[in-house]
Design a protein around this ligand. Structure first.
Ligand SMILES: Nc1nc2c(ncn2[C@@H]2O[C@H](COP(=O)(O)OP(=O)(O)OP(=O)(O)O)[C@@H](O)[C@H]2O)c(=O)[nH]1
Ligand SMILES: [Mg+2]
Length: 359
């Protein structure tokens, strides 16, 4: 499946239908009175995020979305039909930006979440509404209200529990394939992975979503290689799993190259919880594994795990570590959210008090 993570689209909601000027005409009834119905509502354009999508590729092929206009009102008090809404399905993690691609309008993160992008115009009122004591036969009805139209950007930022990062060829995709049912492309040349892949692993029956992104190289934050374009996709991960290729001579250098890129990218990534893992230990002697683990432990200031994605060594225990960190992250996040809610409430109360003082 092709991957696309940003696309500009044009949307237009439907105009409202016009109200009708009509009069009751029946045998033996003189002056039947106004009976023009109202116009129907135009269709709205709505975006909804759904679970089983992880690309915006459909929007490469269709970029214009227009809802229909409402039906016009008719005589005999018949109101026009409201037009159907147009619903755009997007993956979880899609953000909506204004045409400048800077101002964020909405962030769709829960499956089923919806947002109205353009509201359909209301229908105009028919002449039945304009009857007054002095004007019993009004010839006035309203046009429908116009719909809205915009250019917008859709941007996908995948939501995973943990993001796999490392130099090209570190074995990220091999790891993802070994611990989940994802089947990314794997090969012994750099930049095999050209777009992010998601996979679901299981720890004691709980799901954990991993994202594999293209390898990062020095200068990635300035656009070198492919990785920087996809770093955004690990912004929302709780934890980073930093894989270091154990067959490299200088593993600390590999580690520092990636750390440097994360720092240049900004706090959002550089302060994220990171698990460091030495990979490809099937190709190393136990002595070398020990040495390289120690060296990595020294530069990263934390315990370093060692795995082999190919031989399947220690994968379970690393997955468990990821799970533990993800849980920790979620707990911390919840605490922050609760704190924010509480301070919001306090702010509201303070404001109410201020307003009361004012009165
Ligand atoms: N010996 C050994 N080789 C490995 C291991 N894991 C990955 N490899 C090999 O390393 C090469 C690169 O693996 P990938 O999984 O494609 O690496 P990647 O980090 O996804 O690379 P990019 O997508 O280019 O960033 C392949 O030839 C793999 O077979 C491992 O645990 N042991
Ligand atoms: Mg890869």
């Amino acid at each position: 499946m092709k991957f696309l993570d940003q696309q500009k689209i044009f949307i237009k909601s439907g105009d409202g239908g016009a109200g009708c000027v009509g009069f009751r005409r029946e045998k033996y009834i003189e002056f039947g009175g106004p009976d023009g119905g109202d116009g129907g509502r135009g269709g709205s354009v709505i975006v909804e995020c759904v679970e089983n999508l992880n690309t915006l590729i459909d929007f490469r092929y269709q970029q214009h979305f227009k809802a229909r206009r409402g039906g016009h009102g008719q005589g005999s008090n018949k109101n026009g039909k409201s037009a159907e809404d147009v619903i755009l399905m997007v993956p979880v993690g899609t953000q909506i930006f204004e045409e400048d691609n800077e101002y964020l309008l909405g962030d769709l993160i829960n499956p089923g979440q919806r947002m109205v992008l353009a509201k359909g115009g209301d229908g105009g009122r028919g002449n039945a509404h304009f009857k007054t004591s002095t004007n019993q036969a009004p010839r006035k009805a309203e046009d429908g209200w116009p719909g809205e139209e915009y250019w917008l950007w859709l941007q996908l930022k995948l939501i995973a529990d943990a993001g796999l990062i490392g130099l090209p060829n570190a074995g990220k995709s091999t790891f993802l394939a070994a611990v989940t049912r994802a089947r990314p492309k794997i090969a012994d040349y750099p930049f095999t992975t050209l777009h992010p892949n998601l996979g679901v692993g299981y720890v004691d029956g709980s799901e954990i979503v991993l994202a594999d992104i293209p390898g990062l190289i020095e200068g990635a934050h300035e656009g070198a290689g492919l990785g920087a374009r996809f770093l955004g996709h690990v912004e929302r991960c709780g934890v980073l799993l930093h894989l270091v290729d154990g067959t490299e001579d200088d593993v600390t250098n590999s580690y520092m190259t990636i750390r440097h890129e994360l720092e240049e990218y900004g706090d959002i990534l550089s302060t994220k919880m990171e698990l460091v893992v030495l990979n490809k230990i099937d190709a190393l002697t136990p002595d070398v594994v020990r040495q390289k683990k120690m060296a990595l432990s020294e530069v990263s200031g934390q315990d370093v795990a060692s795995v082999s994605g190919v031989a399947g060594t220690n994968l379970d225990s690393v997955l468990r570590d990821i799970f533990k960190s993800v849980k920790e992250f979620k707990k911390k996040n919840q605490a922050i959210e609760q704190y924010d809610n509480k301070t919001d409430k306090m702010d509201n109360k303070a404001q109410e008090r201020n307003e009361a003082d004012y009165e």
